[in-house]
Structure formats: structure tokens, C-alpha cells
Write a protein that binds this ligand. Structure first.
Ligand code: URA
Length: 239
């Protein structure tokens, strides 16, 4: 990759304004290969570049692809109104890099949320044509039997939708838990489908997107990780 000056590298990795990044370098807060570099004009090939800022190690990443185990009471909106935003669970460098959620989970929904600063990835993952199946586990307010799963599979009519919406999969786990798979992302879709089928969602967790399961990522609530090549390939493969 083309060499870039250190101030530019730091800026595009989310360490603040160009001026702020120059200040970090001049103050001796940045090292590369164990050496404090104080000349911000010095150029480096960013590919695979490892550096530290305030002794914290970083790897140059052209884009970041992240999975977060979202806790309840965090909003996916960039300008949250009632709860903190999910970005507060991530390093502030990601906000500078404009890392955004891929689609949204409601503030009270927990589980797997993808985030990235790569517009094409966000677009591809959230585009309805991609048909990325999303697996949810809903806790039901009322005990249910197989007829609830049958109703969701047959399709339920939502107020603002022209045609009934059906779950791809609806499996009763026990009388108060149901697994639901949908490949669209309409507003409050799972909760509204459950309400339309005569029950009520007491809690909702997303446990899988495409072939990527939250369990495989082994993240505690509020924890995040970078997605590796293999995990990205799973997400990018056709459902
Ligand atoms: N369906 C919902 O109702 N809420 C979510 O957060 C996700 C899917």
C-alpha cells in the first residue's frame, strides 16, 4: 500500500483531528516498532503496521468490522435520546472513524450487533436483497403452544404492511421462549409479529446473523471483538 505520513495514518485510524494527531506524535506518545517517532511527516506503509498510542497497541486497519454483544438499555441511534448509544461501549477511535451499526436493534433488544466503518459492507449486509437470515430468541409474556409457531410460519398481517409477513423458522423452545428467523428488518418486526399472533414479547435477543452465531464469538454482554477474515467470509457468503 502507498506510504502515508504518520499524522495521516493516525487520523484515519480515529485518533482525532490532523492537528491533534500531530500533537500526539510531537509529544512522544506514539511508537512504531518500539521506537518513539516524533516526526509526524515520517511516512510508513500502513499495511499491517503495528503502533502504540499512550502505550496501547494498535494494528492499522483500513476498515473495522466489529461484533458487539449488545446489552439492554443502549440505543443504536447516532443521536440517542433516552439511553446511551452503543458507541459508548466501544473505543472512541471508532466514533472518530464513523463506525455505525449494521441495521438497528431496539434499545431493549440484546445480542449480536455488527458495526463497521465500511459503507459497502453496511449496505450489502443491510440490503433486503442479501436475505441475511437473523435468528432471534423471544421471551413470551404469555405461555404459548405450537399454534403460535404455526401462526408465525403461516404469516401475520402487520398494520402498515400490504402482505402478511411470515417467519422463515418459528420453533417453540419451551412455553415461554420461541426462536424466530426472519430475513427482513422491518421496524420492531419480531415484536409486532408476536403481537399480531396474539402474544407479547417480554424480551428479545438476536443470537445469529447469517452463519455467524453469538455463541461462537463468546462475548459477555457489552463486550465486542473484531471480526476475522473467516467470520467475514461467513457473513458475506450467500444465505
Ligand atoms: N425485531 C424487533 O422487534 N426488535 C428488534 O430489535 C429486532 C427485531
Amino acid at each position: 500500500m502507498k506510504k502515508l505520513s504518520l499524522d495521516r495514518i493516525l487520523q484515519n485510524q480515529g485518533f482525532g483531528t490532523r492537528k491533534g494527531c500531530r500533537g500526539l506524535v510531537e509529544d512522544g506518545d506514539v511508537t512504531i516498532a518500539g521506537e518513539v517517532v516524533t516526526d509526524y511527516k515520517r511516512e510508513f506503509d500502513p499495511t499491517g503496521l503495528e503502533f502504540t498510542v499512550f502505550d496501547e497497541p494498535w494494528l492499522y486497519r483500513e476498515h473495522v468490522y466489529i461484533a458487539l454483544n449488545k446489552p439492554a438499555n443502549f440505543e443504536c441511534s447516532r443521536k440517542p435520546s433516552h439511553h446511551p448509544g452503543v458507541h459508548t461501549l466501544l473505543p472512541e477511535q471508532f466514533t472518530w472513524r464513523d463506525v455505525q451499526p449494521v441495521g438497528r436493534l431496539d434499545h431493549d433488544t440484546t445480542g449480536l450487533l455488527l458495526l463497521s466503518d465500511h459503507g459497502a459492507f453496511i449496505h450489502a449486509q443491510s440490503h433486503p436483497k442479501h436475505h441475511q437470515p437473523k435468528v432471534y430468541v423471544a421471551t413470551l409474556a404469555e405461555p404459548a403452544d405450537q399454534s403460535l409457531a404455526d401462526a408465525l410460519l403461516a404469516g401475520v398481517k402487520l398494520a402498515d404492511e400490504p402482505a402478511p409477513l411470515a417467519a422463515q423458522v418459528a420453533k417453540l423452545i419451551d412455553p415461554t421462549h420461541i426462536e424466530i428467523v426472519i430475513d427482513q428488518g422491518k421496524y420492531h418486526q419480531v415484536k409486532r409479529m408476536l403481537a399480531a399472533a396474539g402474544n407479547h414479547c417480554a424480551a428479545l435477543a438476536r443470537v445469529q446473523i447469517g452463519g455467524l452465531t453469538l455463541a461462537a464469538l463468546d462475548l459477555a454482554e457489552g463486550e465486542w471483538c473484531y471480526l476475522d477474515e473467516e467470520q467475514l467470509a461467513i457473513l458475506n457468503s450467500e444465505a
